[in-house]
Design a binder for this molecule. Structure first.
Ligand code: G6P
Length: 358
């Protein structure tokens, strides 16, 4: 059946490995590969009239929102606000009525996300749900939905739903950019080509399994782990730390690389593991110098990136597609550290797949 583990020891591993397929399926609903164009998408939502996009979610979905906020600002030139649904629902927020709200949720049943969305009924221009379960409460509450097409996700730690959320939100950023006249045809085409490359990039990234297993054996001995990223890779670092905490029970923290000097560097000691998501392009040197700073204080650095010399060398990919490769490495790292520690990967202690009470 679809919810069989097949040859894999855990659902989480199966769901990690399924991503080229689940992302290919989602891509098929978003992009017309022949024309290298977006398929008709969310035609009922006019992003040109929006003065702000508000992204809401919890846990892993919140980190997908965080990464998407960079993409929407860059590609759609639209101001974005992100918040945890559990915080947003109690804020006394000034609204113009021209906001577009996007609630992101794998299950579509998270109580905080549903409440935040319900409270905005009639107060904003449109409420979109990005969900994996189209019959869910959040999907029914929303004015429009975008389905992740990930198939059932059983492992408590979200994997294929996360990369699906990223892909769906990237498509939203492109549709918004087109609506708002922020993207010329050439840039739109380039971004669509990049999006189309994602299932292949993810498949290539999965070849890193043996290297990740080796890295994980060492990380499993740590009591504290740090993940560093800048710009679009900062949300990935946060998701990596969440995954690690959830299933390996190792204390893990994510920091924006530039924030290191404002506190966390005090914690870096001989042998402290620091996992770094490298930046491409203009910010490359900045992240490299942050990495050098922790290495000089004795940190055991695990560098992730497409460059020669990286401990975990990811495939060459465009600036947006790289985040997908890094997300997969983060999943594999948490997974193999948990396996090494012998924790209950699919059913970590104290956690639920879907939190339907406040
Ligand atoms: C729980 C799960 C997380 C998930 C979060 C939001 O905490 O353990 O993996 O990210 O809920 O779930 P949702 O279904 O709204 O995406």
């Amino acid at each position: 059946s679809v919810v069989d583990k097949g040859p894999w020891p855990h659902y989480m591993r199966k769901e990690i490995e399924e991503q080229p397929e689940s992302l290919g399926r989602l891509l098929g609903t978003l992009v017309d590969p022949g024309a290298n164009a977006l398929k008709p998408l969310l035609e009922e939502i006019d992003f040109a009239a929006a003065d702000r996009i508000i992204l809401l979610g919890c846990g892993t979905a919140h980190y997908a929102c965080h990464l998407a906020s960079y993409w929407i600002e860059e590609l759609a030139r639209c101001p974005v606000e992100i918040d945890l649904a559990s915080e947003y629902r109690y804020r006394d927020r000034p609204l113009t009525g021209r906001e577009i709200v996007i609630a992101v949720s794998q299950s579509g049943e998270t109580a905080d996300t549903l409440s935040a969305l319900t409270a905005l009924s009639g107060r904003v221009a449109a409420r979109l749900a990005v969900v994996n379960v189209p019959t869910s409460s959040i999907a029914r509450e929303a004015d429009a939905i975008l389905e992740l097409q990930a198939g059932p996700e059983i492992g408590v730690a979200s994997t294929k739903a996360f990369t699906g959320q990223l892909m769906a939100l990237m498509a939203v950023a492109l549709k918004a950019g087109r609506d708002r006249g922020a993207l010329c045809d050439a840039r739109l085409a380039e971004a669509i080509t990049e999006l189309t490359s994602v299932p292949r990039i993810v498949a290539d990234t999965l070849r890193l399994v043996p290297a990740v297993e080796t890295a994980a054996r060492r990380l499993a001995e740590a009591s504290d782990l740090y993940f560093l990223g800048r710009d679009v890779h900062y949300p990935i670092a946060r998701e990596a730390a969440l995954k690690m905490k959830e299933i390996s029970y190792i204390h893990a923290e994510a920091y924006a690389a530039g924030e290191l000097k404002h506190g966390p560097i005090a914690l870096i000691d001989e042998g402290t593991p620091v996992v770094v998501f490298d930046n491409l392009g203009a910010l490359h040197e900045k992240t490299a110098s942050n990495t050098a700073e922790v290495a000089a204080r004795g940190a055991e650095v695990v560098r992730i990136g497409p460059e020669e010399g990286a401990a975990l060398r990811t495939p060459e990919a465009g600036p947006h597609a790289t985040g997908f490769a890094y997300a997969v490495v983060a999943q594999l790292l948490a997974y193999f550290v948990a396996v090494e520690k012998g924790t209950d990967v699919d059913q970590p202690r104290n956690l639920a797949k879907s939190v339907t009470v406040e």
